[in-house]
Design a binder for this molecule. Structure first.
Ligand SMILES: [Fe+2]
Length: 223
């Protein structure tokens, strides 16, 4: 069996590893491009409300959130946006770099939190994928605990991996600032606490998605 490079490297933190990956301005442009705001891409954390809006006769995809509604929501709850690895040239290039390094397909999940009163929806949790997280704007405290052994993948999806109560000290406790990056392998519990409004991009890597099976088209065309 091939060794899992991400796992063997363990938890890592690098200061100013990827500066200028995504700014508030660039994120606003993404949100303003309404066809990108399809409800499959927009994940509202801790909010099961159903939203409805009217569309004009010209709308091709009526399931895209209007930008003003997204603005209202991100000022109150945490939202993350998925399938964003080609949202900008810089994110696409960085995704390519990660895919080349680890030999796994990746995506870009953009996290936005602008309300410091809300707690992280998952609390202390671990993921079933590895994650490389780049802080883009603002400051977020990250705590990471040692690996949970004997994870039963069959239990995935029923909340065994979220809102964990930790009885030991974290193995890493860092304040992430713009440009900083953290590598969190699967099954390592972590907690992100926003200290200021923040924008970050998380690149998930699954052990079951080799780039030699299929690769995203990472060509960035110019005309
Ligand atoms: Fe996570």
């Amino acid at each position: 069996m091939k060794t899992d490079l991400f796992l063997s490297e363990g938890v890592k933190f690098k200061k100013n590893y990827k500066p200028d990956l995504l700014s508030w301005n660039e994120m606003a442009n993404i949100i303003n491009t309404r066809p990108l705001m399809n409800d499959k891409r927009v994940k509202l954390l801790g909010n099961n409300k159903r939203y409805e809006w009217l569309c004009t006769k010209w709308t091709k995809d009526p399931n895209c959130f209007p930008p003003s509604l997204i603005k209202k929501l991100i000022d109150n709850i945490m939202i993350y946006f998925v399938d964003m690895s080609r949202a900008t040239e810089k994110i696409n290039d960085f995704a390519k770099h990660i895919e080349d390094d680890y030999g796994k397909q990746t995506d870009a999940h953009i996290y936005v939190c602008r309300n410091l009163k809300i707690k992280h929806h998952f609390g202390v949790h671990y993921d079933f994928n590895h994650n490389l997280i780049v802080q883009c704007e603002g400051k977020t405290n990250f705590k990471v605990w040692d690996e949970v052994k004997n994870v039963d993948r069959n239990l995935k999806g029923i909340g065994i991996n979220t809102r964990l109560e930790m009885e030991v000290e974290p193995i890493m406790d860092v304040d992430m600032e713009s440009g900083d990056a953290i590598w969190i392998p699967k099954h390592f519990p972590h907690l992100a606490t926003s200290l200021t409004p923040r924008l970050s991009v998380s690149f998930p890597l699954s052990e079951y998605s080799d780039t030699n099976l299929i690769r995203e088209d990472r060509t960035w065309i110019t005309l």
